[in-house]
Write a protein that binds this ligand. Structure first.
Ligand code: APR
Length: 317
C-alpha cells in the first residue's frame, strides 16, 4: 500500500493539534511533519509520536527548519495564522495571515513544488489566490494542486440537515459552492440527498443563513477564545484523507474544494471536484440552481471577486 508524507504548517495551534492527531491515525500517512513557530512544537511532535500508530512524527520549529519540514511532502496542510475574535470577520484576518501564507507558499514552491497544498488559513477566499500567485512567480503553478478547504461548510450542512431529517449526518450528501465566508457560502439545499425535510421557503432560507453564519456561532460561543478548531480539524483531516486517496489511485473520491475556476465570473470557486494522482483530476461543476440559489450566487460573486482581487494584489505589490 502506498503511503505519503504530510506536512502541517501551524501544527501547534487550536486547529493544528487535533488535525495532526487525526492525521497520525490515518493509515495512508507514513510521515507526519509538524511545523510551527511556537516553542512547544517539538513537544507536540514528541507527544503524538508516542501514540501506537505507524506514522513517524517529527517536529520542526521556526523558519530555519521549514525547508526540512517541507522537503518530500506529498501534501501540505496550512492552518497557520491568527484566528477570529468576536466582531471580526474572516476578512479582518487578512493582513497577518496573508504574509504567513505567502511566505509558506514561497518555501513550498522551492522545496516541494509538486505538493498538494490544502489551505485552511482564513480568509480562504483570498489565501488560495495568494498561494497561486506565489507559485506562478516561481514558475511551478498547477491550479489542481492549490486547494482551499471548505469542507467544514459541507460538514455543518450535513450535520444540521441530519438533525432536521432525523437521520445520521454521514448519510447526507450536499454540494456547498462558492467561497468560505458569509454570503459566499452557498449550500445547494435543492440538490441535497436525501431531500431536506423542510417545506416552507422561510425555513430553507433560515437554514441557509445558519450554515453561512455557523462559524460566527462558534466565535460568539467561545467568547474571545478563538474560532472553530475541533470541527475544522476534523474537516481538514477528512479533506486530506480524500486528497491522499486520490494520490493513491482511487478514482471515485469527490469533495467540494475552492480552487481556480472558469465556471462563473469569479476566477476561484468552490464546488465538487474529483481527486486523482495529481490533485484535482476533474472539476464536476454544479447542477441546476433554483431561483433562490441563483439569488445567493448573485450575492456571492461580487464579494468573492473582491476577496480574490485583494489576494492577487497582495502578492503583486
Ligand atoms: N508559520 C507557522 N505557524 C505559524 C505562523 C507561521 N508564520 N504564524 C503563526 N503560526 C501558528 C501559531 O504559532 C499557532 O500555533 O499558527 C497556529 C495558529 O493557531 P491558533 O492561534 O490556535 O489559531 P487556529 O484557531 O488554529 O486558527 C488558525 O485557521 O480557520 C483558520 O481562521 C482561522 O486563520 C485561522 C487559522
Amino acid at each position: 500500500e502506498m503511503q505519503f508524507k504530510v506536512m502541517v504548517a501551524g501544527a501547534s495551534g487550536g486547529i493544528g493539534q487535533p488535525l495532526s492527531l487525526l492525521l497520525k491515525m490515518n493509515p495512508l500517512v507514513s510521515n507526519l511533519a509538524l511545523y510551527d513557530i511556537a516553542p512547544v512544537t517539538p513537544g507536540v511532535a514528541a507527544d503524538l509520536s508516542h501514540m501506537d500508530f505507524p506514522a513517524k512524527v517529527l517536529g520542526y520549529k521556526g523558519p530555519e527548519e521549514l525547508p526540512n519540514a517541507i522537503a518530500g511532502s506529498h501534501v501540505v496542510v496550512i492552518p497557520a495564522g491568527v484566528p477570529r475574535k468576536p466582531g471580526m470577520t474572516r476578512d479582518d484576518l487578512f493582513n497577518v495571515n496573508a504574509s504567513i501564507v505567502r511566505d509558506l507558499a514561497q518555501c513550498i514552491a522551492v522545496h516541494a513544488p509538486k505538493a498538494i497544498i490544502c489551505i485552511i488559513t482564513n480568509p480562504v477566499n483570498s489565501m488560495v489566490p495568494i498561494a497561486s500567485e506565489v507559485m506562478k512567480k516561481n514558475g511551478v503553478y498547477d491550479p489542481n494542486r492549490i486547494l482551499g478547504v471548505t469542507t467544514l461548510d459541507v460538514v455543518r450542512s450535513c450535520t444540521f440537515i441530519g438533525a432536521i431529517n432525523g437521520i445520521d449526518p454521514r448519510s447526507v450528501s450536499i454540494p456547498v459552492i462558492g467561497g468560505h465566508s458569509g454570503v459566499t457560502i452557498i449550500p445547494l439545499l435543492s440538490q441535497c440527498k436525501p431531500a431536506v425535510q423542510l417545506q416552507e421557503q422561510g425555513k430553507i432560507e433560515a437554514l441557509t443563513k445558519r450554515i453561512q453564519e455557523a462559524g460566527t456561532e462558534v466565535v460568539k460561543a467561545k467568547a474571545g477564545g478563538g474560532s472553530a478548531t475541533l470541527s475544522m480539524a476534523w474537516s481538514g483531516a477528512k479533506f486530506t484523507n480524500s486528497v491522499l486517496r486520490g494520490l493513491k489511485g482511487d478514482d471515485n473520491v469527490v469533495e467540494c474544494a475552492y480552487m481556480k475556476s472558469d465556471l462563473t465570473e469569479a476566477s476561484y470557486f468552490a464546488n465538487p471536484v474529483q481527486f486523482g494522482k495529481n490533485g484535482v483530476a476533474k472539476n464536476l461543476g454544479y447542477g441546476k440552481l433554483n431561483a433562490y440559489e441563483e439569488k445567493l450566487l448573485n450575492a456571492a460573486l461580487p464579494e468573492l471577486k473582491k476577496n480574490i482581487a485583494k489576494g492577487v494584489e497582495f502578492v503583486s505589490k
